[in-house]
Ligand binder design. Structure first.
Ligand code: DGL
Length: 261
């Protein structure tokens, strides 16, 4: 079931389109790899579902990617990572498997006891993983968790710059803007609206996300397992989506091409 072939693809999944922001980081540092990206848009959002449902959806996604021959898995969803990464590690102890968590550490280690706003799904903010992260850094920073139900849906429909999205974000962020020094994007959908968040928060506020750290961690794991491809040419990226419509695949490609900086 686990694929020891170093030219096999890396499997990446999310509840929908968000994990494409992590896929971009993976492709940036490992362009010679092949990728299969699975977006479970049919069951999105995950972040407002009960824990048990998120767990079984997450396990099914991993099984699907392994059935497609993946040599390793990136759980490109903070919500699925918080809900199920421990179980997945127990199920697949030998598989290179990496999850993503809100980038609180680099934000909290900025000088001067910063005030940090963590934007994430309700499930991520309620989860034990988040509470542990908070506790680890509470002496270094003031950390405010902001559940953002409704935000991922904009990205799912390809809306990353609309006037309605701007109004939504302004309303969401307004109560915090005077006090915060940084924002952590604790959901993989949010890097697609990063520019708008930066515009609303102002240049003074620094934005962090965990995509790059997750990609680097996956490269380390594959390297340690002797599973990095030695190919010289660019790899391929294949998009799969549980809605299985041409629109979803097209939107996936568009988001993959989008410049996020
Ligand atoms: N992209 C997912 C994350 O990183 C969440 C979106 C959802 O609620 O499904 O948490």
């Amino acid at each position: 079931m686990e694929n020891p072939n170093r030219d096999a693809p890396i499997g990446v999944f999310d509840s929908g389109m968000g994990g494409i922001s992590v896929l971009k980081e993976l492709y940036e540092i490992m362009p010679q790899e092949d990728y299969i990206y699975f977006g479970d848009s049919k069951n999105a959002p995950y972040g407002t579902r009960p824990l048990e449902e998120i767990r079984s959806l997450t396990i099914a996604n991993v099984q699907f990617l392994l059935s497609q021959g993946a040599k390793g898995i990136v759980v490109a969803c903070n919500t699925a990572t918080a809900a199920a990464v421990r179980i997945l590690r127990e199920m697949y102890p030998k598989l290179p498997l990496v999850g993503i968590e809100p980038a609180i550490k680099p934000a909290a280690l900025q000088p001067g006891h910063p005030v940090i706003l963590v934007m994430a799904t309700p499930m991520t903010i309620q989860g034990d993983k988040y509470k542990t992260l908070m506790m680890n850094y509470e002496l270094k920073a003031d950390i405010i968790g902001l559940p953002c139900p409704g935000l991922m849906e904009f990205v799912e429909t390809g809306n990353t710059e609309g006037a309605d999205l701007k109004v939504f974000l302004e309303k969401l962020l307004a109560p915090y803007l005077r006090e915060i020094d940084s924002i952590v994007l604790g959901c993989t959908h949010y890097p697609f609206v990063r520019r708008l968040i930066q515009e609303i928060a102002g240049e003074r506020v620094r934005i962090f996300d965990g995509g790059n750290g997750t990609a680097r961690e996956m490269r380390r794991r594959l390297d340690a397992a002797g599973l990095l491809s030695a190919r010289k040419e660019y790899g391929t990226v294949t998009f799969e989506n549980s809605l299985a419509t041409e629109e979803e695949i097209e939107l996936s490609r568009t988001l993959f091409q989008k410049n996020l900086s």
